[in-house]
Design a protein around this ligand. Structure first.
Ligand code: NAD
Ligand code: AHE
Ligand code: ZN
Length: 376
């Protein structure tokens, strides 16, 4: 039997730089290899604000943003075998088809199967499941969690433990997994190694948490917001550096090199600022230090350093979704959370409803917000 279209509320981004509009949207039934999810909770990530700002080269409008969501499966299309109605799920903006050359490689978590259509804001068959005001509305990152119901490809969803609260598991859909995975999987920080984390938002604090799990030595957080010192120490940072309060003539690179007897073994950019990315690379130890870029920079921004930095052994890398293959590995992170090894609750500083989403975007721009979770 063919499913019915559902009318529900969503926050629609009609154009760049505009407030989101909380209004009715029609959500079509899932087609073959698609899943319709009743979203229960969604986090708001800086990448949503980045795309809304118009600075994302892939940004297109009108669109339903949101990529940090958890909910229950409402219905599935033909051929779906990995989830069933009623399952508790997390949406995956980095899908896992398990068949493409990326999925078959143990060197990456990127999946190639639907990346082209996902980037265009449509389902794999090239069409949208969302309609409002008589026109098609685009999908975002293959997830569009700022809607009470959304439709995703079956490879973009993973069922997780039913006893895990969904107002927490939603955060494993991006921020926490991204930072924790970057430290544990992308960098695979070794015991005793010195780590510097630039930017103590949800992502940076999650890197700290991952570095603690890897038994790193020094875990130095660098942030221009002094209030982040307390946050950083709460997650296990051993040191905090505020570049704005260094003595005249001392750069953050000088400071980190001095603190670590020559440079860090691993550094992470969790700011999206290309000057910070350069400092993070140059604060690495000669011969082996690795710098991992996690932050997302605006269209037109480019990174630079002297090639000599790389000639002398420093390594520049990047990480998307923490290098985690979502369908294979996200349930393990939920287990870590349920068994007390992974902090999640601590990241939630604000709670709002979907109708209050513009307030959540405002709050996110203030320094005291780590994550705002929306109840749908
Ligand atoms: P956030 O804004 O909460 O945190 C950023 C932190 O950086 C803040 O504490 C801020 O004070 C600090 N900061 C800003 N400028 C700084 C500077 N010059 N020096 C030192 N600290 C500085 O953001 P977040 O949600 O943690 O996300 C961080 C970045 O990661 C964003 O760019 C986001 O788009 C990106 N991101 C990437 C992925 C991925 O898979 N690669 C996933 C999620 C988020
Ligand atoms: N569309 C942007 C890049 C945005 C970007 O880098 N996205 C990250 C996830 S951010 C989550 O908060 C990512 O995973 N990218 C890998 C991918 O395939 O999109 C641009 O610059 O075009
Ligand atoms: Zn995100």
């Amino acid at each position: 039997t063919v499913g019915k279209t559902i009318t529900c509320k969503a926050a629609i981004a009609w154009g760049p730089g505009q407030e989101l509009s909380y209004e009715d949207v029609e959500v079509g039934p899932p087609r073959a290899h698609e899943v319709r999810i009743k979203i229960k909770y969604t986090g708001v990530c800086h990448t949503d604000a980045y795309t809304l700002s118009g600075k994302d080269p892939e940004g297109a409008f009108p669109v339903i943003l949101g990529h940090e969501g958890a909910g229950t499966v409402e219905s599935v299309g033909e051929g779906v075998t990995n989830v069933k109605p009623g399952d508790h799920v997390v949406a995956l903006y980095t899908p896992e088809c398990k068949e493409c050359k990326f999925c078959k490689s143990n060197k990456t978590n990127l999946c190639g199967k639907i990346r082209a259509t996902q980037g265009k804001g449509v389902m794999p068959d090239g069409t949208s499941r969302f309609r409002a005001r008589g026109q098609d509305i685009l999908h975002f990152m293959g997830t569009s969690t700022f809607s009470q119901y959304t439709v995703v490809a079956d490879i973009s969803v993973v069922a997780v433990q039913q006893d895990a609260p969904m107002d927490r598991t939603c955060l494993l859909g991006c921020g926490i997994t991204t930072g924790y995975g970057a430290a544990r999987t992308t960098a695979a920080v070794e015991k005793g190694s010195n780590v510097a984390v630039f930017g103590a938002g949800c992502v940076g604090l999650s890197v700290v948490q991952g570095a603690v799990a890897q038994q790193a030595g020094k875990i130095i957080v660098v942030d221009v917001n002094p209030a982040k010192e307390e946050w950083s120490r709460k997650f296990g940072a051993t040191d905090f550096v505020n570049p704005a309060t260094l003595p005249e003539g001392q750069t953050v690179v000088d400071k980190l090199v001095e603190m670590t007897d020559g440079g860090c073994d691993y550094t992470f950019d969790c700011t999206g600022n290309v000057s910070v990315m350069r400092a993070a690379l140059e604060a690495c130890h000669k011969g082996w230090g690795q710098s991992i870029i996690i932050g997302v920079a605006a269209a037109g921004q480019e990174i630079a350093t002297r090639p000599f930095q790389l000639v002398t052994g420093r390594v520049w890398k990047g990480s998307a979704f923490g290098g985690i293959k979502g369908r294979s590995q996200l349930p393990d992170l939920v287990t870590d959370y349920l068994e007390g090894r992974l902090k999640v609750d601590e990241f939630i500083t604000h709670r709002k409803t979907l109708a209050e989403i513009n307030d959540a975007f405002e709050i996110m721009k203030q320094g005291d917000c780590i994550r705002a979770v929306l109840n749908m």
